[in-house]
Design a protein around this ligand. Sequence first.
Ligand code: DAH
Length: 331
Amino acid sequence: MANAEKLDNSKLVYEMRKSFLDNKTGKISALMKEMKNIPAEDRADYGKSVNELKQWALEHFEELDKKMKEKELQLRYQAEKQDVTMPAKMRYEGNLHPVTQMRETLIDIFAGMGFEIYEGTEIENDYYNFTALNTPKDHPARDMQDTFYLSPEFLLRTQTSSGQIHVMENSKPPIKILSPGKVFRSDDDATHSPMFSQMEGLVVDKDITLCDLKGALELFVQKIYGEGTTTRLRPSYFPFTEPSVEVDCSCFACKGKGCNLCKGTGWIEVLGAGMVNKKVLENCGIDSDEYSGFAFGIGIERTAMLKYGINNIKLLFESDLDVLKQIDHYE
Ligand code: DAH
């Protein structure tokens, strides 16, 4: 046992124990096997001594093994020690993207007025994006939107207005739908991006008038920009509406007095709208003498930019968390 002090782990203890006590190869077992060579008169003494030695070794190794395992446990505790007083690692909680938040808020507002959601496709054919919307080939209004054509027939939709046609082709009035989605135009500056989102609204029923349009949009601007906000309609032009209007809301920043946001006018342009052009109703097989309708198109990024005072649309698309984290509408 001279080497016992050198044993510094339980595996070595086990091996050494084996070298003494293993039934076949152990040194003490070898002494046992010597028994037959011992003269008969000494055999009893010899056997007793070897047994004592074996007993001693068994106890000694058991004690050594116990000590070693305890020591190893302590070392493990030491190595795996946790300092519970250390400051915790912070986990940042994410929030929905401002455009998603605005989209959901708008859906909530119009769903509250009974609008249903229709989501069209981003790849559209020329007919639905333009022709059926009273914008045939060579119509000058096509220049209002710089289009990404995929082929002479297919394109990336430039407006969610295409959803109007799909809905009117497939359902009968009364119709009350909201069609949110991505649209694409070859346009790129501080307030325009080649991809942005719109939300189209369409109501078709008997006796729908411009007053219904104004009422619905007034509720929308009040929910987004505050109770006291009012709207005004200015004449405009879109091929698919007649009359067409540009909808302004009173400036929520200066309450109409005139400021930077409203460029001193007291009014902010928020969206385009109008009464559905009779030709569009007819294109979809809806009797324009019996039914009338209104439509509007809201830019979702534009609405978010106005609400949160963002002057560059790129800030919404650069995924800079320091910017995006500041805009949490739901907080
Ligand atoms: N589609 C138009 C655009 O992208 C927006 C628009 C204007 C939609 C008037 C309408 C509308 O439904 O009536 O510029």
